[in-house]
Design a protein around this ligand. Structure first.
Ligand SMILES: Nc1ncnc2c1ncn2[C@@H]1O[C@H](COP(=O)(O)OP(=O)(O)OP(=O)(O)O)[C@@H](O)[C@H]1O
Length: 520
């Protein structure tokens, strides 16, 4: 299959720096080293819990935020390398639809003004004129010249009368363009001929006309042009938002939760509209959503994001029918009702995601993963491992590290930093049975911590109970064409360790190779 990516993202990171002079914290790693492509005409769904970095990624691709590292290209142009002015021009090729149309539309402006706003901001229409056989001079309100390989207006003055060709996409008819040619005078026969192009209607009229056409395109009527956003329903307001996003004829739209604020019946109509527009205008979409059932209907492929990382990406059918990453499994298993493609048990992740300022060193999901790889030496019950994780979390907290509290168990137990570590550990292990040698290690750890040797205690604990998931960042593994996920469980080395949620509930997918995801 030939691939034709419109958007290509390579190792992109976007961090929010803490600018305060006093007590500056590490940056928020909102997007952390992500790579993917979006094919021309494709819809890539981007899903994940609130705060995982979806909006930051979308806004970086729009050029509203600067990437901290990495790069992305659109149609072969490296956008991260463009200067401010160049980037402004490029931004006309990308549009954005926001989640809450009530907030994103200025209620003091009429719908007509809202839709025309991007047109005025970018001096639309600006089109190029090519003259064959002479030089061009511009007149009137609506034209500007620019050199280009595909001119919008071509004037041929080599014959007796000028011949004008207007490119199909231009908002003009032939009789709206007047061309006059001033021949060189007899006294200065060497001077070039001058071509004057007059355009009527004016720019303002052209913009109005375009706004009417855009409203019609999104299913609104001419009369809506004069109304204000508050006079519309949620669905109609989102149609206005879409018309505005389409104003400059973008090729790529970032749709940030475009239907989340709408009723289910209205959601379906807006999704249908977006699909129809994609078909007729050949648009490419990044569709951001936390609702996986919505994404399933519109996306060709889906990318699953967690803590600034893309943990799984692949064709929607594959990912929904046979999720490979434990985080994808947990998201799918949470879809309510009979519409859920997940047939296994609900997989609930303990606790909350760690702070994106101090993400785990290894796998981003390591602190909450229900399929964490455990050391071969121990055969403990899930409850015992949960207790061990909680002891580790309290140990980190005691060490004053900003490591997140696993499973928030310690919080639920009402434990505070100053609590006696020994009593805490006793309480955490109260209901579980540990083998004698495992208990001996815990006793050692408690002893070291009590002696103030917290680092040694952590070292002793991790060398005994630690997981590769906590220390080594997993690489992406390819499962099929354009389908990857990043989990140590995919490595041959760990194929036989313990039971996984994947092998328990789903047929495993054969792993093809461990190619770099960019070689899709
Ligand atoms: N301006 C900012 N300054 C510092 N941190 C920020 C800023 N904006 C977002 N963040 C943080 O960056 C992380 C990613 O946020 P982002 O809004 O991109 O996530 P999201 O997945 O889109 O969430 P939501 O679905 O709630 O919009 C979060 O931890 C958030 O708190």
């Amino acid at each position: 299959m030939t691939r034709d990516p419109l958007v290509s993202v390579e190792n992109l990171s976007t961090y929010y720096e803490d600018d305060s002079l006093i007590g500056a914290q590490p940056p928020v790693k909102a997007v952390d080293d992500v790579s993917f492509t979006i094919e021309r005409g494709e819809t890539l769904g981007l899903v994940g819990e609130s705060g995982c970095g979806k909006t930051t990624l979308g806004r970086t691709l729009l050029g509203l935020l600067d990437a901290t590292d990495g790069r992305f290209t659109v149609d072969g142009t490296d956008i991260t390398a463009l200067s401010g002015e160049q980037r402004r021009d490029w931004r006309t090729r990308i549009g954005m639809v926001f989640q809450d149309p009530a907030e994103s539309l200025n209620d003091r402006m009429t719908v007509g003004e809202i839709v025309q706003e991007p047109l005025s901001a970018h001096d639309w229409p600006t089109f190029s004129v090519a003259v064959r056989g002479g030089e061009a001079a511009l007149a009137g309100d609506a034209t500007e010249a620019s050199a280009t390989d595909s001119p919008a207006l071509t004037i041929d003055i080599s014959g007796d009368a000028p011949r004008v060709e207007i490119r199909e996409t231009l908002p003009l008819y032939r009789d709206e363009v007047t061309v006059s040619v001033n021949e060189p005078t007899a006294t200065d026969a060497s001077a070039p001929a001058t071509v004057t192009v007059d355009v009527d209607p004016s720019r303002a009229e052209l913009r109005r006309e375009r706004a009417f056409r855009l409203l019609d395109r999104v299913g609104l009527a001419e009369e809506h042009f004069y109304r204000y956003p508050h006079q519309f329903s949620g669905g109609q307001r989102q149609r206005v938002g879409i018309a505005r996003a389409l104003a400059l004829e973008p090729e790529f739209l970032v749709l940030d939760e475009p239907v989340s604020a709408l009723d289910v019946s209205v959601q379906a109509r807006i999704i249908n509209l977006l699909e129809e527009l994609q078909e007729t205008l050949g648009l490419t979409y990044l569709f951001i959503a936390h609702d996986l059932s919505v994404v399933r209907h519109i996306a060709d492929r889906v990318a699953v994001m967690y803590l600034g990382n893309i943990v799984e990406i692949g064709p929607t059918t594959n990912v929904y029918q046979s999720p490979q990453h434990p985080y994808t499994v947990s998201l799918l298993s949470a879809i309510p009702g009979s519409g859920s493609p997940w047939e296994g048990e609900r997989v609930t992740l303990p606790g909350t995601p760690p702070s994106p300022r101090t993400p785990p060193e290894g796998c981003p999901l390591a602190t909450r993963c229900p399929a964490k790889i455990r050391p071969d030496d121990w055969s403990l019950s899930p409850a015992a491992w949960k207790a061990i994780d909680a002891v580790q979390a309290v140990l980190y907290r005691r060490a004053g590290e900003s490591q997140p509290v696993v499973g928030s168990l310690a919080r639920r137990l009402g434990l505070r930093d100053g609590d006696e570590f020994e009593a805490t550990v006793e309480e955490l292990l109260n209901d579980v049975t540990l083998p004698r040698d495992a208990h001996a290690v815990v006793d050692d750890v408690v002893g070291l911590a009590a002696a103030g040797e917290t680092d040694a205690a952590i070292e002793r604990f991790n060398s005994t109970f630690g997981s590769v998931c906590e220390t080594v960042h997993p690489n992406a593994t390819q499962h099929a064409e354009s389908w990857h996920s990043a989990c140590h469980r995919h490595d041959d080395e760990y194929a036989d360790v313990g039971e996984t949620i994947g092998s328990r509930d789903r047929p495993p997918v054969s792993v093809m190779s461990t190619d770099d995801p960019l070689d899709q």
